[in-house]
Design a protein around this ligand. Structure first.
Ligand SMILES: NC(=O)c1ccc[n+]([C@@H]2O[C@H](COP(=O)([O-])OP(=O)(O)OC[C@H]3O[C@@H](n4cnc5c(N)ncnc54)[C@H](OP(=O)(O)O)[C@@H]3O)[C@@H](O)[C@H]2O)c1
Length: 519
């Protein structure tokens, strides 16, 4: 996790400072560079890295796509877009010039070997001009059906061939397949042309500071790890809710749905950071081994489990918190009016290992919910009530530790305290840490900075290994199979602006628990 920049000291805090150094010389080649990801995320993230002085002078970016553009047009287009996506305080003409001087464009076809020869020639020219020393990072920011074609052509043009002096790495964007079989086929195809150590499967959720902080929180503090197990924890809730609907992504989302779009990748990654055993070091393989181990320990769903432990939903029309009336999913542009695609999913999951046996994990994610929120709530077991039996106290609340991934990033812990009055009465109070109160109140990063920087350094800790991807899919395959054979009859089953279908509440109430619907 080399990219985690530990900012300047807050006066009250003793920070551990890591000396950050710029990445080594290299060229980043972005395939699909005319697309949305390049404009909104990748170039702004590189800009932010250059503002942090984490890019070397010996650096360049080549955009590759079918769209006809000259170098100048590519530079102009991205410089124009850049202003919208980087924070104002970082927006400097000098930095923009620094990036623009290093931007190049190759117009070509993804399946045409001569386009790769053209790219190869330009790479050699850039090596001379910018002293980039033959190191290459190929970023596949195209639709996934092109990943195999591009790696095959790169390999056949010897652009991915490494030697003792140079490295060649390939970042693959999600989705990594749409089920276990297609994920295995994609891995097989990639591994025909590349070594696993050259493949960096990216999940941008892992670039978020607050996600990386889960590991720091667990393993850099002495007080939490001893209670991070079934002896102390009653259950865990993970919520990833969006207020937005499907927006302009209907053609993709109709094929994917909430389980594939959110659970197979982001939520499985969050979960594995939360529950994995301590790795022996922050070495990439050590961390990734532990992540895979815990995914293997997820209790497999039987067909009956799918019926009793999963809930799917689709939003109907409704009213958002700001009073806006919004249409149902089936009335959104490019959505089939009879669509059975789920926009909400809730799951109860069990992890069958020594640390977690018997602790339920309740997971939910959906679109058009009450508010945008990603949080993990850890409910500890209740203390004994004996002491309070003869008092007015009717019940004791459990301690809840909440890790807020977004928005209002931070961590809070609720606990019981005596109300200030002559008789014994107890109320719940909160200790609250908010990121923005510490560490110099830095503007939230794009999320791709750490990932790009780490890849340039050859640190794969935050990237997914092939077995990690396949393991996550194998957990979800039974759900996909059962859902596929049992078409839903009650869609839409939740109103936009709500917390999801009623059945999602039943998933917890039948266990004597309830979702934490924070307001
Ligand atoms: N945008 C995001 O925020 C985001 C977030 C997470 C993951 N991703 C993933 O990152 C990759 C790129 O995302 P993106 O949003 O930049 O995608 P995009 O805008 O749809 O496509 C990127 C480029 O791919 C090329 N392309 C080639 N064949 C295409 C086809 N059949 N349909 C559409 N485009 C085609 C297009 O360039 P030319 O036609 O000029 O060659 C297009 O500009 C995708 O795999 C996506 O799932 C994106």
């Amino acid at each position: 996790m080399g990219g985690v920049v530990i900012p300047e000291n807050n006066q009250e805090i003793n920070n551990t400072n890591i000396m950050e150094k710029p990445a080594g010389p290299c060229v980043i080649v972005i395939f699909g560079a005319s697309g949305d990801l390049t404009m909104r995320k990748l170039i702004p993230a590189l800009y932010n890295l250059s503002a942090e002085k984490l890019l070397p002078d010996e650096f360049a970016v080549i955009g590759f796509a079918r769209k006809k553009l000259t170098n100048e047009q590519f530079r102009e287009q991205l410089s124009g877009d850049l202003c919208q996506f980087v924070s104002c305080e970082l927006n400097s003409p000098e930095l923009q010039g620094w990036i623009a001087r290093r931007l190049y464009y190759v117009q070509g076809d993804y399946d045409d070997p001569s386009s790769y020869e053209k790219l190869k020639t330009l790479l050699f020219e850039i090596d001379q001009k910018h002293k980039t020393q033959g190191n290459r990072l190929f970023y596949l920011a195209t639709p996934p059906n092109l990943f195999g074609t591009i790696t095959k052509n790169l390999s056949q043009t010897e652009l991915t061939k490494q030697d003792d002096q140079t490295w060649k790495r390939v970042i693959i964007e999600k989705p990594f397949g749409r089920d276990l079989e297609s994920a295995q086929a994609l891995n097989h195809e990639l591994l025909t042309y590349l070594a696993e150590s050259q493949i960096y499967r990216i999940d941008h959720y892992l670039g978020k500071e607050t996600v990386q902080n889960i590991l720091v929180f667990r393993f850099a503090n002495g007080i939490f790890e001893p209670i991070w197990n079934r002896n102390y924890i009653d259950h865990i809730q993970i919520t990833v809710s969006e207020e937005l609907g499907v927006e302009h992504r209907a053609s993709y989302y109709e094929e994917a749905g909430a389980l594939r779009d959110m659970v197979s990748n982001h939520i499985m990654q969050l979960l594995s950071y939360l529950v994995m055993e301590p790795p022996y070091s922050f070495d990439a393989e050590a961390v990734r081994n532990e992540k895979v181990k815990v995914l293997h320990a997820i209790y497999p769903y039987s067909h009956e489990d799918v019926l009793s432990c999963t809930v799917r939903g689709q939003y109907g029309e409704g009213v958002l918190a700001n009073g806006e009336n919004v249409p149902g999913y089936r009335s959104e542009p490019n959505v089939n009016p009879k669509s059975n695609t789920e926009t909400f999913v809730a799951l109860k999951m069990m992890i069958d290992n020594w640390r977690w046996a018997g602790v339920p994990f309740y997971i939910r994610t959906g679109k058009r919910m009450t508010k945008r929120m990603t949080e993990i709530a850890i409910y500890f077991k209740k203390p004994s009530f004996t002491l309070f039996r003869e008092t007015v106290v009717e019940d004791l609340e459990t301690n809840v530790l909440v890790i807020r991934i977004q928005p209002n990033e931070g961590i809070s812990l609720s606990f019981s305290a005596k109300k200030p009055k002559p008789t014994l009465d107890i109320g719940t109070v909160k200790m609250n840490f908010t990121y923005s109160d510490y560490f110099g109140n830095k503007k939230a990063a794009i999320g791709y900075e750490a990932l790009l920087y780490d890849c340039m350094h050859g640190d794969a800790t935050l990237f997914l290994r092939s077995d990690n991807v396949e393991c996550a899919w194998s957990t979800l395959t039974t759900i996909l199979d059962v859902w596929g054979t049992l078409p839903v009859r009650n869609f839409p089953n939740y109103a936009s602006g709500s917390w999801g279908p009623k059945d999602s509440n039943k998933l917890l109430t039948k266990d004597g628990r309830a979702w934490r619907n924070s307001s």
